[in-house]
Structures are given as C-alpha cells and as structure tokens.
Design a protein around this ligand. Structure first.
Ligand code: 3HC
Length: 322
C-alpha cells in the first residue's frame, strides 16, 4: 500500500488538529497521527497498570479489616479497581495493541504505574487515607480526563469516576471515625496523613515546565488541564477536608493566597519522586514481584480461556466441533 506523501500527511495532520479544535471525539477507526496514538497507548496503559497494581496496597488489609462491614466495603473497592484496569486495557486495545504486550511492558519494567502505589500501608488508617487522598486525587485527574479527545478513554473515565466517588467517601468516613475516636486512633489518622500527603501530590506528575508530554497532550486535548493546575485544585479542596477532621496537613508553607485565590504550598521532594520512578521506592520490588507472581499463576487460566474462545470461534464459523 503506497504510503501517503509528506504533503498528504501534513494535510491529514492539519485536518486532524481541526477536528480536535472543534471538540470532536476521535474514534478507533479514525485517522490519527501515529504520535497521538503512541501517546495515548503510553498514558492509557500506564493508567491501567496503575489500577491493577493499585489493588495491592489496600488488598493487604482485606483480611485485617476491623469489622465485617469494613471488609465488605474494602473488598468492593479493590474489586472496582480491577474492573477499572480492565476498562482501561480494553480502551487501550482499540489503538491496536494487545493486553499481553502491555502486560509484558509492565513486567519488563519498561512501562510505569503510578508512583503512589510504591508506598506501604502500615496501619488501618492508611486505607482511609488512600480512599480520601489517593482516590480523591485520582478523581480530580479523571474528571478532567472525561473530556479527553479520544472517545474510548473519555467513556471509560465517565464509568470509573462514578465508582471512584464511592471510594473517596468510604475512605473519608474511615478517617472521620478515627479522627473522632480515641487519642490513639486520632494519632493513627494523623500519621497516615503525614505519610500519604506528599506522595499523593506526586500523582499529578512533574511541574508543567518539566513535563515531557504535556505540551502535545494539551494541544491534542488528551489532557484538558495541566499537572500543576490539577494539583492546585486537589490542594485547595483538601485543606477544608483536613480541617473538618481536625488533622494537620504536613506542610508548613500551606497558606491561603488572596491574590492567587488559591492555597500556596511547599515544594515536592522531586528527588524522592525520581527515585520512586526509578524503582527505588519503599515497595517497588514487592509490588512487581506480586504482579509477576499473579501473572505466572494465571497463565493456565488465560491459556484455557483463549483455547476455549478459539474452539468456539471455529465451531461457530464452520458449524463443526474442531
Ligand atoms: N507516577 C508514575 N509516573 C509518572 C507520574 C507518577 N505519579 N507522574 C508522571 N509520571 C511519568 C509519566 O508517565 C512520564 O513518563 P513516560 O514518558 O515514561 O510515560 C513522565 O513521568 C513525565 O511526566 P509527564 O507529566 O510528561 O507525563 P504525562 O503527560 O503522561 O502526565 C499523568 C502524567 C498526569 C500521570 C498522566 O499520565 C495522567 O493523567 N495519567 C492518567 C491518570 C493516571 O494514570 N493516574 C494514575 C493513578 S490511577 C489511580 O489512582 C487509581 C485509583 O483508583 C486509586
């Protein structure tokens, strides 16, 4: 098949950008620049990896939940995260890449997942802090992504955001019960806020000036708001929530700025951020070991499922047993 000439590609790219500027949704069968496709595969697959690996920190507390009610709620939440991963892998596959390939990239360490999931869950209060802060930050990011230019991604986000709001509420309820409990419970809640606050701010990525992808992602409306804009929105909403709990956000520079109409806040430890991205966080090795073990143990199930699907395909296309 003749490849389009440079002129033709330039015209296609111009027409594509005009569609983006007209707020049209790009669908799987539409022409798109390869760089747009590759950027989406990168971000969407890492989003899916994050959902699946994100089950591990909270999953450790399912058998240790303090009541049957808490166990049932946590089970439902962790199960939701698995489903979010499946929605996002399915949406990524519409770009012409297989789930197997994406999983291989994760297990080989060439694909990332959210840095936040490389921190340990030391107490039950961590389950509350994750729901309140981590899912809270995820919602700020994902509500923005509901307007992303790629149709399957935007539609996956709408469904995921509905479930995330339950995740935040259950987490904030845990923190409320602890903050109103005994002195020991209040101390446990404050300790969890101290440990999860700054890693949560890292979820929004590097500063816009240091972001490798934001320029193109914003032009293509993959991203509708910048890393720093979403981080600021999260900080602004969290301050009153922490005050209601009677807990102190661990940032001495946190202060309302009338001129900016936002909270000023301190600088993130970007050396820590880069170390975690380089695999040197507190739990990187543990998380990857668990993910590799799960992948190995489920190999036979995938094989059987694919063999059955192929048998069914042959039977339905030839009308005979294979
Ligand atoms: N953790 C891991 N990697 C990160 C990161 C983080 N917190 N922040 C940035 N990065 C990586 C980027 O992936 C990129 O690396 P790459 O080129 O190898 O992909 C590099 O750092 C530069 O960052 P950029 O800002 O240039 O990258 P993006 O434009 O992709 O922005 C992002 C980063 C804001 C995380 C964006 O990818 C995004 O919005 N992703 C979708 C949301 C998402 O993945 N959330 C993860 C959490 S899911 C979750 O919380 C589940 C909930 O239910 C608990």
């Amino acid at each position: 098949m003749a490849t389009p000439s440079n002129v033709a590609i330039a015209e296609l790219e111009e027409a594509f950008q005009q569609r983006i500027d007209r707020e049209e949704k790009i669908e799987p069968k539409d022409w798109m620049p390869d760089a747009y496709r590759q950027n989406l595969i990168r971000q969407m697959s890492q989003h899916a990896h994050s959902e699946v690996v994100g089950q591990l920190p909270e999953g450790e507390w399912i058998t240790r939940a303090p009541t049957l009610r808490r166990k049932a709620i946590l089970l439902a939440k962790v199960q939701d995260e698995a489903g979010h991963g499946l929605y996002l892998y399915s949406a990524t596959e519409t770009l012409g890449v297989s789930r197997e390939e994406l999983t291989e990239q994760l297990l080989a360490g060439s694909a990332k997942y959210a840095s936040i999931f490389n921190y340990p869950t030391l107490t039950w209060a961590d389950v509350g802090a994750i729901g309140w802060l981590v899912d809270g930050a995820a919602i700020v990011n994902q509500i923005s992504l509901c307007r992303t230019s790629y149709g399957p991604y935007a539609r996956a986000m709408v469904r995921i955001c509905k479930e995330e709001s339950f995740h935040v509420r259950q987490g904030y309820e845990i923190m409320t019960v602890l903050a109103r409990g005994s002195a020991e419970q209040r101390a446990m809640a404050q300790d969890a806020l101290d440990r999860w606050w700054w890693p949560t701010l890292m979820m929004f990525g590097p500063h816009d000036t240091d972001s490798a992808h934001s320029g193109r992602s914003m032009r293509w409306k993959i991203k509708r708001q910048s890393n720093d804009e979403l981080r600021q929105k999260f900080v602004d909403q969290s301050v009153a929530q922490a005050e209601f709990l009677g807990l102190a956000i661990p940032d001495k520079a946190l202060k309302w700025n009338d001129t900016r109409n936002h909270f000023d806040f301190g600088e993130i430890d970007w050396d820590e951020f880069r170390a975690v991205l380089d695999g040197e966080g507190p739990c990187n090795h543990e998380r990857m070991e668990a993910r590799r073990k799960a992948d190995e143990e489920a190999r036979w199930i995938r094989g059987a499922t694919l063999a059955y699907a192929e048998k069914e395909r042959v039977r339905s296309s030839t009308g005979t047993e294979s």
